[in-house]
Design a protein around this ligand. Structure first.
Ligand code: AMP
Length: 419
């Protein structure tokens, strides 16, 4: 048996996990200032939730879901994304009884059986936000600006925003009809996947990554020419709002994103520095989803961003946050007998709120000092028999190398003063 994390998954070791905390904390502060509140939902749902919401024709439902039967033979699926769960929760808890729109955000890992490569994993982390209950184009603008502000706040500079309108059930059918005819005329030139895709839902061909297909689809009819007046008006107001907010963007008419539930506005943000998997976040409107799950007709819009790709982009821009300067204290004992006293000091320091540690592996004095350095401690308290007897300890500043004698009773005060 190979001792290895499953393909497409990885351990996030402390060196990298600190960025996850940073990204989550920054999101929490910013999203809450925009009026979004945290929601925590299950890691798995009944499979139909995703089949119905994301759509039978999508790559996610067709081939990427981790689906299994539980012991009672119920079909469950590990969440491949967050929107379906948030909307399911909105319907289950009748959140239309709360002040609208209900604005929620989440943080957690998602699961998709995709071919792993740089920036694409089978378990990956997302931060997402959803606003359910308003059709106001300004809510679209709010979410897009929230996402862009977030990227800027964490230090990303090279980010490109693309937007599109997917239309609505009123204007989409005529477009889909014409797209289908176009695809029929090209059926011998498109890949075998797309041959299947276009029969289920022609829109899904735009998810294809095959270059030959992409070239062909550049000549395909454009949805923007089919938008009904309401969709045109909505899109115009979103664009105006973004202009007023000083947000520059490109219109990408092939931006349909990989979910069937999208209507009207869709958007995606890319980093040009992280290779083929360049989308660091994206989202869109889903005005029919609440109703699809049995709730009253209720519009909604949301986005999700990928933590791994955001970290890759920060790395590429050389903008990962510096490791915080540690102010930890390492308690060193000259001989083994003094370790209980060292432990007592440790408890006193920790209970006073100081990050502190000691050796638990029987290291020599030299070894302990080295360890203090490796762990990035700022101070070492050195305990010897003389120190115990006099009740005065040697405190060494590991940055400057200077030492001071400090009475045991004054230790906490001493460190407090330094902060
Ligand atoms: P989506 O839920 O497909 O709209 O994706 C939203 C964001 O999640 C993307 O822009 C990526 O940053 C990230 N993402 C999606 N799929 C993966 C994956 N398989 N591995 C890593 N990140 C992903």
């Amino acid at each position: 048996m190979e001792i290895k994390a499953p393909r497409g998954t990885s351990d996030i070791l402390p060196e990298r996990a600190q960025y996850w905390d940073f990204l989550a904390l920054e999101a929490m502060n910013l999203f809450e200032s925009f009026g979004y509140q945290k929601i925590i939902f299950p890691t798995f749902e009944y499979t139909e939730i995703f089949q119905k919401g994301i759509g039978q024709s999508t790559d996610i439902v067709q081939k990427e879901m981790y689906t299994f039967l539980d012991k009672a033979e119920r079909s469950l699926t590990l969440r491949p994304e967050g929107t379906a769960s948030v909307v399911r929760a909105y319907v289950e808890h009748k959140m239309w009884n709360r002040p609208q729109p209900v604005k929620l955000y989440y943080y957690g890992s998602m699961f998709r059986y995709e071919r792993p490569q740089s920036g694409r994993y089978r378990e990956f982390w997302q931060i997402g936000a959803e606003s359910i209950g308003s059709l106001d184009p300004l809510i679209d603008v709010e979410l897009i600006i929230l996402l862009m502000d977030y990227y800027r706040q964490i230090g990303l500079q090279m980010i490109e925003l693309k937007i599109n309108s997917m239309g609505c059930p009123l204007c989409q059918p005529a477009y889909i009809e014409d797209l289908r005819s176009f695809l029929e005329s090209k059926v011998n030139e498109i890949c075998s996947q797309c041959k299947k895709r276009y029969k289920l839902n022609p829109l899904r061909v735009f998810d294809c990554k095959n270059e030959q297909c992409q070239k062909i689809y550049k000549e395909a009819p454009q949805l923007s020419k089919y938008l009904c007046s309401e969709c045109q008006n909505h899109f115009a107001r979103v664009k105006k709002g973004l202009d007023l907010g000083g947000e520059s963007f490109q219109i990408d008419s092939s931006l349909v994103r990989g979910f069937d539930y999208y209507t009207k506005t869709t958007f995606e943000i890319c980093s040009p520095l992280i290779g083929a998997q360049d989308a660091i976040g994206g989202g869109g409107r889903y005005d029919g989803l609440v109703e699809l799950y049995g709730g009253p007709p209720t519009p909604g819009i949301g986005f999700a961003l990928g933590l791994e790709r955001v970290t890759l982009a920060l790395e590429a821009e050389n903008s990962l946050p510096q490791k915080k300067e540690t102010k930890g204290i390492y308690v060193v004992s000259i001989d083994d007998e003094l370790r209980t006293e060292a432990f007592n000091i440790l408890l006193m320091l920790r209970r006073s709120g100081f990050q502190s540690d000691m050796d638990y592996t029987g290291k020599s004095l030299r070894g302990q000092m080295k360890q203090a350095d490796k762990k990035g401690a700022r101070f070492a308290i050195i305990l010897g028999p003389d120190e115990i007897e006099s009740g005065t300890y040697t405190v060494r500043d590991l940055n400057s190398g200077t030492q001071e004698n400090v009475k045991k009773d004054n230790l906490v005060e001493f460190f407090k003063k330094d902060r």
